[in-house]
Ligand binder design. Structure first.
Ligand code: FES
Length: 147
């Protein structure tokens, strides 16, 4: 398990979090490179299906970062995200995925340090949980014949 390197998919809102991630990079903040960043215009654009699709495609963890409450460029997109968050966590649990693999955080454009911290924390949380291997588990359930 010591060599396990988690694969994290991070959906970053264009206006705040993606810029925060960029700032982390240009400020040379150290954070783990196990993250595939996907830029979306708003955290509210992250349909729950995107989260499930990321796990289905092999992610060990999924992170959504958006503007702080009150700062969303589409007024209430992040409020919608926050409203969906507990529902998606519940659904993940129903599928046997530990909800700690899915995280929502607010990161502004000036918070490069915070972005690096959130990424590192997320990776360590997922690393402690171990590999998800959801595609393999899905294939096993597809081939299982009904009794
Ligand atoms: Fe950033 Fe909506 S524009 S969360």
């Amino acid at each position: 398990m010591a060599s396990f390197e988690p694969r994290i998919v991070a959906f970053l809102c264009n206006w705040c979090s993606y810029t925060g991630a960029d700032l982390a990079g240009t400020s040379r903040k150290k954070y783990n490179a196990n993250v595939v960043a996907i830029r979306v215009m708003c955290s509210g654009r992250v349909d729950p299906e995107f989260v499930f699709r990321a796990f289905e495609k092999g992610a060990d963890g999924v992170l959504i970062c958006g503007c702080h409450p009150g700062d969303c460029h589409y007024i209430d997109g992040n409020h919608k995200t926050a409203g969906r968050y507990p529902m998606v966590r519940n659904m993940l649990e129903q599928f046997g995925i530990d909800p700690k693999r899915f995280r929502l955080e607010w990161v502004s454009a000036s918070e490069g340090d915070r972005y690096a911290q959130v990424v590192n924390e997320t990776i360590e949380t997922v690393r402690a949980l171990g590999p998800l291997e959801w595609p393999k588990r899905l294939n096993e359930s597809d081939t299982a014949s009904p009794a």
